[in-house]
Design a protein around this ligand. Sequence first.
Ligand code: BTN
Length: 252
Amino acid sequence: MKLSAIGGKIHYFKSIASTQDLAISFAKAGIEEGVVVWADEQAKGRGRFGRKWFSLPSKSLTFSFILRPKLKADLIPYLSLFPAIACAHTLEKLDARCELKWPNDILIDGKKAGGILVDVEIKENKIEWAVVGIGINVNLERDDFPADIRQSATSLRIALGKSFEISPLLKEILRELNEKYSLCFSDKGREKIRNEWEKRDFLRGKEIEVMMGEKRIRGIAEGIDERGFLRVRIGEKIVAFSGGELYLMKKQ
Ligand code: BTN
């Protein structure tokens, strides 16, 4: 299958409300797969569950891209797994040791260094378009972070003690994204993604609480299944979760 290159066309903005929201409006207007929206500053960057995404000009990498994958809707989890692997590979080449927290967190030293946001439109159980947004904390110092996330967030600068130029970092992530995207389309490729995830799986063996709607369920994280769902051991049973909110139990 011929895939369009992610980053074949890049729309750069000095400042924008949210690269995600602009890329979504592009996708809705029929703009092709691979188009990237990149901004140095986001006034209204957003994370999962409508949370605010904190970033600063020249200190954060924030971009979104359009995908039109010919995949069934139940493989949507791979649309956040493959970018997470691509980011981990890139950061590891810079000497950062990454862990991945299902479904979308990139961690260094157990703290959040980046996040992935996926918005999709489904038609007849197929993915019409997807917009993947990536935010990486690059040159942020500890005091740059708002107080409420200062303890739980980190950056390449904090972890590695040096600064990085944003544009070469984007270029390398785009190269990795193209490589890893192609893996989503075959059983073998998806197995490779799961293996790469496995090596960096932050949650494996940890006691977690999973929020599904109003219900809080406790269990032990047991990796991901073939669909990219999180496997959780609850008593004797393994239950697979496709989404929802995860909490690590306090003692960990
Ligand atoms: C998360 O961890 O909750 C996901 C964070 C995703 C943030 C990125 S930054 C680029 C893109 N534009 C946004 O408004 N959000 C995503």
